[in-house]
Write a protein that binds this ligand. Structure first.
Ligand code: FMN
Length: 310
């Protein structure tokens, strides 16, 4: 429920969202699966599973394993490819009454640009999120670890289409700030962080890795402190909005990200064990904002007081 005097709208560069609560790519399917469980129109935005130029079968199973405080996945961008996405999934997504931010990953610069040009003008696409951070596809991650490549791909996409562009970065770098600054220089409307942290799990009795791909991406509550740190650093180091992602499962988590410097958030792993979590958080958000005497989300963004640690 919206308390009348708390404004939930947020602005991510050229993209305006009705509220800051989004669902993260790869954790909400193509939304159809969730329709019976969640009032999809209420979400600030939906990010469907990342699409690639060509269909991808993904990595060998097992592709997911539970870990302490989180999960590892090595899905490997299993998806139908851009053409089938536009034909099969976009018409449904376009009718949901919420912003659809399409996540794309290219094998190289040309593919990012080609997909961006293809998605321009497709009905219902509100923005693009460039997944330059998937740890499960060799090559794809390079764009998120090399500032020059990151700037090139963001500016190439900006030149190829007029849609707002979010750059989703990987935490698997020594310093995330130069990569975020490069995305900003390339013209990104906002920076999304974080994607998963590269990890692994082992069954020592069988001396086997637990994932078919050996390595995978860690997500869930275990990564929240890393994500908060990344959001804080990037919010300090850039002048564009930040979208916080990583281990969010409650309104308290959301408030922590907002105060750290995020303008909006995405909820990922929590959808797997509670598909209604995003709506429950949205319902609780106005009261949480009021506890800080905020009349809008923007009133609390980046308002962390580092002078006097709790
Ligand atoms: C099973 C699974 C699949 C994912 N697939 C994608 C994907 O296709 N594209 C993407 O950008 N991120 C993908 N992610 C990463 C999430 O969107 C998110 O950035 C990450 O999991 C951290 O958030 P969380 O801790 O709330 O899950 C995936 C995560 C999981 C757990």
């Amino acid at each position: 429920m919206n308390l009348p005097d708390v404004h939930l709208e947020v602005q991510l560069g050229r993209l305006c969202l009705a509220n800051p609560i989004m669902v993260a790519s790869g954790t909400f399917g193509y939304a159809r699966e969730m329709a019976g469980l969640v009032d999809l129109a209420r979400l600030g935005a939906i990010l469907p599973k990342t699409i690639t130029q060509e269909p991808r079968a993904g990595n060998p199973p097992p592709r997911t394993v539970e870990t302490t405080g989180g999960m590892l996945n090595s899905i490997g961008l299993d998806n139908d490819g851009v053409e089938l996405f536009v034909e099969k999934h976009m018409p449904y997504l376009a009718g949901l009454g919420t912003a659809i931010i399409v996540s794309i990953a290219g094998k190289g610069y040309e593919e990012y640009v080609r997909m961006a040009a293809r998605l321009e003008g497709v009905s219902g696409v509100a923005a693009l999120e460039l997944n330059v951070s998937c740890p499960n596809v060799s090559g794809g991650v390079d764009f998120g670890t090399d500032p020059a490549l990151c700037e090139k791909v963001v500016s190439g996409v900006r030149a190829a289409c007029s849609l707002p562009v979010l750059a989703k970065l990987t935490p698997n770098v020594t310093n995330i700030v130069p990569v975020a600054q490069a995305a900003e220089s390339g013209g990104a409307d906002a920076i999304s962080l974080i994607n998963t942290c590269l990890g692994m799990a082992i069954d020592w009795k069988r001396r086997r890795p637990r994932l078919g791909n050996v390595l995978g991406g860690l997500s869930g509550p275990a990564v929240k402190p890393i994500a908060l740190r990344a959001v804080y650093q990037v919010a300090q180091g850039t002048g564009i909005p930040v979208v916080g992602i990583g281990g969010i499962a409650s309104v308290d988590d959301v408030m922590e990200f907002l105060v750290a410097g995020a303008t909006a958030v995405q909820i990922g792993t929590a959808n797997f064990y509670d598909p209604t979590v995003s709506i429950r958080i949205l319902d609780a958000l106005p009261a949480a904002l009021k506890m800080l005497d905020a009349a809008s989300v923007a009133d609390v963004v980046g308002k962390l007081n580092t002078d006097a640690p709790a």
